[in-house]
Design a protein around this ligand. Structure first.
Ligand SMILES: Nc1ncnc2c1ncn2[C@@H]1O[C@H](COP(=O)(O)OP(=O)(O)O)[C@@H](O)[C@H]1O
Ligand SMILES: CC(C)(COP(=O)(O)O)[C@@H](O)C(=O)NCCC(=O)O
Length: 310
């Protein structure tokens, strides 16, 4: 638990008041489309929770630009452009992708060029995970090509053009060979993933290590009790059974024919084997490293926001 003077806790009403005229500026149909799988994001959630968050990020971005200009003025050289990098972390099924998409929309509505990159593209391909005996630990820190993720972040942060990221498909349940997402000097990069806030583990040779968070300007951890996460994971699995699992090429075609009861059992087993232990062992312990923690209740409603003071 961080020391009390290092953070401030705001209930929903206090947080919503910090919107300070920052309006979401998204129409209802746009908001509707932002949660996946037919789920609907409550427009009040956008106004009262994500609009203040967008305002905070814009202020932090401006402060960072001033700091960079100060250093450039000191050096007598023009400041190089470099995107503002926001990390979104949290458990499987907590709503990271939905939060990341909302932030992309809100920040783009303010006129910025925003790219969104999920870290699942940096997972090792299934064949490699199988070779390493890691298929039951997909999403755990060791299942990612960390070197590739760090190289990607370093290149984007250095302001390089046309930086490529690999792409993962939830239908194929694998990284798509040869497929690439191109990030070309955006104003903001939102990067979203389970294990982004991992601290450095000591290297065998004792040398300090670079971690992904060295490249972040700020970070958001989306939080909810594990009982809600499990329920959301199972609900999403049932929805996928009726949609993505039926598509040609789906890794999970064998799940498309499961009854409700069997689908619930299967999803719950995957949770207890892979995602629950990953949450407890690797994800939750990084929560205190986030700049902002959004705490959701059973209905995806944000009840409380914790802000770490710089
Ligand atoms: N704010 C929200 N309101 C309603 N449903 C949401 C919200 N955020 C996420 N969801 C739903 O919860 C599930 C998990 O969200 P998702 O963004 O896919 O999670 P993650 O990327 O963390 O795995 C999805 O079914 C999604 O539609
Ligand atoms: C692809 C994921 C590892 C999430 O990756 P992330 O975008 O957070 O890096 C996760 O959604 C997943 O598929 N976990 C494996 C266990 C499962 O089937 O849920």
């Amino acid at each position: 638990m961080p020391h009390a003077h290092h953070y401030v806790d705001l209930d929903r009403a206090a947080w919503a008041a910090l919107r300070d005229g920052q309006s979401a500026g998204l129409d209802a149909s746009r908001v509707q489309a932002l949660a996946g799988l037919g789920d609907v994001v409550d427009p009040r959630e956008v106004e009262e929770v994500y609009a203040p968050l967008a305002r905070l990020l814009l202020l932090q971005d401006a402060a960072r630009s001033h700091a960079r200009e100060a250093t450039a003025a000191f050096l007598g050289a023009p400041a190089r452009r470099s995107p503002f990098v926001v990390a979104v972390a949290g458990s499987v099924a907590v709503g990271k992708s939905t939060t990341a998409r909302l932030l992309r929309e809100l920040l783009s509505a303010g006129g910025r060029r925003v790219d969104l990159v999920p870290t699942d593209g940096f997972l090792h391909p299934n064949a490699e995970l199988e070779r390493r005996g890691l298929m039951a630990r997909k999403g755990w820190p060791e299942s990612y090509d960390t070197r590739a993720l760090l190289d990607f972040l370093a290149a984007v942060r250095a302001g390089e053009p046309h930086v490529q990221a690999p792409v993962y498909s939830h239908v194929a349940y694998d990284v798509l060979p040869g497929e690439r997402q191109v990030v070309d000097r955006p104003d903001v990069l939102v990067v979203e993933g389970l294990t982004l806030l991992q601290p450095a583990s000591p290297a065998r040779d004792g040398r300090p290590r670079v971690v992904a968070s060295d490249y972040f300007d700020t970070s958001v951890y989306v939080d909810a009790a594990e009982e809600h996460l499990l329920a959301w994971y199972v609900a999403r699995f049932l929805a996928l059974r009726d949609t993505a699992f039926r598509r040609p090429g789906s890794y999970f075609t064998r799940y498309a024919a499961l009854s409700d009861e069997e689908a619930r059992e299967t999803a719950s087993a995957i949770w207890h084997r892979t995602n629950g232990p990953n949450l407890r062992r690797n994800v939750l312990p990084t929560r205190g490293r986030a700049a902002v923690v959004l705490e959701k209740d059973a209905g995806h409603r944000t009840r409380r926001v914790r802000l770490r003071l710089p």
